[in-house]
Design a protein around this ligand. Structure first.
Ligand SMILES: [Mn+2]
Length: 328
């Protein structure tokens, strides 16, 4: 890990842009906000530019009102160069969307995805970190930044989000030790948990109903279940939905299911977004990678060109195999 190089790069920089991946999640957003907050305390000129809008459920996080959204690549290219562009939670350059085109004298990649392709000048990729927020916390400690409630709220959010509320296999003793340290600052963890959990709108429940209607347990492989949504299904909900991704949790809740998938056909029916999850020791990360995507061993995603049926034909045999063989 090149924390040292990251500390040096930040120390030397005055103008910094912090960013995260397309369709950012609780880890990417809160890790980036923690970094922005801490670097501003250090007197840096920092902006958080996101390649997609920030879902409103994160409105409670400190600094979220200062985030600007940049979806136009040409506009990004025209920006004045900054000293340092820092990406949080992003495994490959293309996932930065328009923000990939932001001019910068140097780049720093803070992440924890096993599939990270080390696209930046300086790469701090800690695949054992439960969240990118953990990587940010280690970096801030090396920068001499003291933990405070604002920072703690952000880092705690990354833990809750990326461990699935302290449930997934990345929920280590180190995670609980860090969580305890964050709670020692006086943050209201239960309030944050509520903000991240009891945040549904009626449309989100309509999406869940659709997901349950489309839930399918594989006939050949009883450890495999998933949800496949056509472009028509998705249009039928009729409103912009902020987070489709969590539908992949529905098949997982069934006893005996070890591998779960969510397929979302895109509006022109020319590509399908794929989310994959598995319980250890079953592995889905390599499947996502084979289709040009990435992620973790047990949580990964990719996009497959073609319509829903084509994607199912290409993917299901591999998922059956993943559910048939233990990856350990
Ligand atoms: Mn993450």
């Amino acid at each position: 890990m090149t924390y040292r190089a990251a500390v040096d790069a930040i120390s030397q920089a005055t103008n910094i842009v912090v960013t995260t991946h397309l369709n950012p999640d609780g880890d990417g957003i809160a890790a980036a906000l923690a970094l922005c907050y801490a670097l501003r305390l250090r007197g840096k000129k920092v902006r958080f530019i996101s390649p997609s809008p920030i879902p409103s459920i994160y409105d409670f996080l400190p600094g979220v009102a200062t985030v600007t959204v940049l979806e136009d690549e040409a506009a990004a290219r025209r920006k004045r160069p900054v000293d340092l562009l820092i990406s949080c939670d992003c495994g490959d350059h293309a996932r930065l969307g328009a923000c990939a085109a932001l001019p910068a004298r140097s780049t720093l990649n803070l992440d924890h995805h096993a599939s990270n392709d080390r696209f930046a000048a300086i790469n701090v990729v800690d695949i054992h970190a439960a969240s990118t927020g953990v990587v940010v916390e280690k970096l801030l400690r090396r920068l001499g930044v003291a933990m405070d409630p604002s920072l703690a709220a952000c880092i705690y959010t990354t833990l809750v989000y990326d461990t699935g509320r302290f449930m997934h296999s990345n929920t280590t003793a180190a995670v609980f030790r860090l969580a305890a340290k964050l709670l020692d600052t006086g943050i209201d963890a239960a309030a944050i948990n509520r903000a991240l959990t009891y945040c549904k709108k009626p449309v989100d429940l309509a999406v869940q109903r659709l997901g349950i209607e489309r839930l399918h347990i594989d006939r050949e492989q009883p450890r495999l279940a998933g949800i496949a949504l056509s472009a028509e299904d998705i249009a039928s909900v009729g409103e912009a939905v902020e987070d489709w991704g969590e539908l992949v949790e529905i098949p997982r809740t069934l006893a005996g299911i070890e591998v779960a998938y969510l397929l979302r056909e895109q509006p022109q029916a020319d590509s399908v977004r794929v989310s994959l999850r598995s319980n250890p020791p079953y592995v889905v990360g390599s499947i996502a990678q084979a289709f040009g995507g990435g992620g973790h061993l047990q949580a990964a995603g990719c996009t497959i060109n073609g319509g829903l049926e084509e994607a199912q034909k290409a993917l299901l045999p591999q998922l059956r195999q993943a559910a048939a063989q233990r990856g350990d």
